[in-house]
Design a protein around this ligand. Structure first.
Ligand code: SF4
Length: 222
C-alpha cells in the first residue's frame, strides 16, 4: 500500500511567537498534539474584533477612512479586503497569517493593521514583543503574495476609559501605533521554528509555571 503523505504543517505568526516563548511546548503541539491547558479565557476581545471589523467595513466601499483613524494613517482600506495569506516554504511546511485590516497607499504599497483590545493604557506600558513579530509576518506574507509591503504596520489599540456618563455608552481611547516592519526577520523566525520542529524535543522553559507545577506535583507523589 502506498504510504500516506504527511499533512503539511501551516505555521502562523502566533506559532512563531510561541516557538520563541517555549520551544518545547511548540514542539509538543505539532508532534504529540499536546496543548497547554487554556484555563478560563475571556472571549471579549473576539467580540471587540468582530464589532471593529464590521465598523471598518462600513467605510470600505466608499474609499473612506473610518473617522477614528483618519489623519493618523496613510492610504485607503483595501477593497475588497483579503484576510488570509499563505506562503508555501516546502512540501512539509507553510506559513499563513490572517490580517485584521490592510491599507493601500497611493504608491500601491500595503500596510498591515492589527487591532488590539487593551486592559491598560497602551501609552504607558511597553509593547508585547510578539506584536512586532506579527506585523513583520504580515509584511512578509504580503510581499510573498505580490502585494509589496510599505515598510510600516499599525497597531490600533482600543482601551476603555473612565467616565461619568457610562450609562450613555462606554468611552474608548483609541491609540494608533506605527511600527517599522522587517519581513526578513519574520522569515528568519520561520526558519528557526521549522528547525525546532525538525529536531528532538527541546527542554522546558525554566520560568513557566505549568511545567514547574507538574514537576512539583510529581515530587509530592513519590
Ligand atoms: S515549560 Fe512546559 S508547559 Fe511551559 S510552555 Fe514549556 S513545555 Fe509548555
Amino acid at each position: 500500500m502506498p504510504q500516506e503523505k504527511p499533512k503539511k504543517i501551516w505555521l502562523s505568526p502566533t506559532g512563531l511567537g510561541n516557538s520563541k516563548r517555549c520551544p518545547r511546548c511548540f514542539w509538543l503541539r505539532y508532534h504529540k498534539k499536546i496543548y497547554q491547558p487554556e484555563g478560563i479565557v475571556s472571549r471579549l476581545a473576539n467580540r471587540f474584533d468582530g464589532v471593529i471589523k464590521r465598523y471598518f467595513d462600513l467605510y470600505r466601499p466608499a474609499g473612506e477612512l473610518p473617522p477614528m483613524i483618519e489623519g493618523q494613517v496613510e492610504g485607503k482600506l483595501q477593497h475588497p479586503f483579503q484576510e488570509t495569506y499563505f506562503y508555501s516554504y516546502n512540501e512539509k511546511y507553510g506559513f499563513l497569517g490572517k490580517l485584521d485590516e490592510c491599507l493601500i497607499t497611493d504608491k500601491g504599497k500595503y500596510t498591515p493593521i492589527d487591532h488590539k483590545t487593551s486592559s491598560s493604557d497602551p501609552n504607558v506600558k511597553p509593547m508585547i514583543p510578539a506584536y512586532q513579530t506579527q506585523l513583520d509576518s504580515y509584511a512578509f506574507l504580503l510581499d510573498k503574495n505580490n502585494r509589496p509591503s510599505s515598510g510600516i504596520g499599525h497597531l490600533i489599540y482600543f482601551y476603555p476609559s473612565e467616565g461619568k456618563n457610562l450609562h450613555q455608552g462606554f468611552p474608548m481611547e483609541i491609540t494608533v501605533k506605527t511600527l517599522k516592519t522587517n519581513p526578513r526577520s519574520a522569515f528568519t523566525e520561520l526558519l528557526k521554528a521549522i528547525k525546532i520542529l525538525e529536531g528532538k524535543m527541546p527542554k522546558s522553559s525554566k520560568d513557566c509555571p505549568f511545567c514547574n507545577w507538574h514537576s512539583d506535583m510529581k515530587k509530592l507523589a513519590k
